[in-house]
Design a protein around this ligand. Structure first.
Ligand code: ADP
Length: 378
């Protein structure tokens, strides 16, 4: 059954707003996408009004969910602060977006006390960590998934949130195509694979739809995936960040209650410059950098196992030392990492006794060690 934009607008006409007019007349709606029963749009308001509009967002979702044929609804509340206005009150956990504040005070709290911990935690999740890269194509998603499996093998309960909204690759890397169902509390139930709880925007929208989203809408969608998903009880939730260090990434780093971040880099100098930007970004928002992973570090011949340092070697390790962040490990450029990833059977799972799985597990162990203060099972 197809759902039209007109039907969505008719349902929204029953939703009142603080502006005294029904939602479609309030000049706050983005483009509405309605494909295969999946409906997405955003409500854009000034940050100072965000609280009042959270209720509208809920009512809008409920109204659209009531249309016959609608299977998924995501309504994002995007709050953009206008210059010169006061900062918005903190958004409620279920909804809105806080703008990036230009002067977020740097905290010098007691050792072990992470400023990020002040943000609203994700219910049931002990530690949320980000896997980031300064640019695309360095193997960030492959690393995020295999690291999540490495943490699983440490005996931890692990989830994976694919926040790489510009190119969600976790559906491909895990072979998952199903659509998440809603539970009784109307929260999305993450998909399960390899013992991980997995959520990706790619389960909800086509890749092209995600591409046209604007920065604030991206942020809001990710916040909702974080908060409106029934993650259950997790020790670690690994967030596969969008690549780069632009405003969307910075806002994300600031709004997600991160206990730490891992930077994935290739050995080439240029990639390291990007990696440095990544480290600077997390430091700016007081998120501890748990370390650097050097991916495609050296070439390992699939036939004879011989190692060739085709990119030069040791750049990321040297850089990590210089910047005072831990070096977590080197992953070779290897055919089986690529082929297993692209077949939806990550190497830690499909070649569990192999060298590569061992490398990812060793990285997992180093990350787990750093997360000990937060994880009771660790
Ligand atoms: P990103 O998330 O940084 O864009 P991906 O994780 O999607 O990058 O990886 C990009 C491509 O590189 C994929 O085809 C993946 O299989 C491949 N790849 C990633 N890491 C390795 C590796 N260590 N060895 C071989 N291929 C890799």
């Amino acid at each position: 059954m197809t759902v039209s934009k007109q039907q969505v607008l008719e349902a929204l006409a029953k939703v009142p707003t603080p502006r005294g007019v029904p939602l479609p007349q309030a000049s706050v709606l983005s483009e509405i996408t309605a494909t295969d029963g999946k409906v997405f749009f955003s409500i854009g308001v000034d940050a100072a009004e965000a609280r009042a509009w959270e209720d509208v967002r809920h009512r809008a979702e409920a109204a659209v969910r009531g249309i016959a044929g609608v299977t998924t609804v995501m309504v994002a509340l995007t709050a953009e602060r206008k210059p010169g206005t006061a900062p918005a009150a903190p958004a409620r956990p279920a909804g809105g977006v806080q703008p990036v504040s230009a002067h977020r005070p740097h905290s010098h709290g007691a050792p072990g006390q992470h400023p990020a911990a002040k943000q609203a935690e994700v219910e049931g999740v002990a530690a949320v960590i980000a896997v980031a890269s300064g640019k695309g194509g360095v193997g960030k998603s492959t690393t995020a998934l295999n690291l999540a499996l490495g943490l699983r093998d440490q005996g931890l309960r692990v989830g994976l949130l694919d926040a790489d909204i510009y190119g969600p690759s976790i559906p491909r890397l895990t072979g998952l195509r199903d659509k998440p169902q809603l539970n009784e509390a109307k929260k999305m139930i993450p998909l399960q694979r390899f013992g991980l709880a997995i959520m990706s925007i790619g389960f909800l929208v086509e890749e092209e739809t995600a591409m046209i989203w604007r920065g604030p809408m991206v942020m809001s969608a990710i916040t909702q995936m974080l908060r409106d998903v029934a993650w259950g009880t997790l020790d670690v939730l690994v967030v596969d960040m969008p690549p780069g260090t632009g405003d969307a990434q910075l806002t994300l780093a600031q709004n997600v209650p991160l206990k730490g971040a891992i930077i994935v880099s290739t050995p080439q100098d240029l990639a390291l410059i990007d990696a440095r930007r990544g480290i600077a970004m997390f430091r700016k928002v007081n998120v501890p950098v748990l370390g650097i992973v050097e991916n495609m570090s050296y070439f390992q011949c699939p036939e004879c196992g011989t190692r060739s340092d085709i990119f030069g070697h040791g750049g990321a390790r040297h850089e990590a030392e210089r910047l005072g962040v831990p070096f977590l490990g080197e992953i070779p450029l290897h055919m089986s990492i690529r082929s297993t990833s692209d077949a939806g059977t990550p190497v830690v799972e499909s070649e569990a006794d192999g060298t590569h799985a061992g490398l990812y597990r060793a990285i997992g162990a180093k990350v787990r060690e750093q997360l000990k203060p937060f994880i009771s099972a660790a």
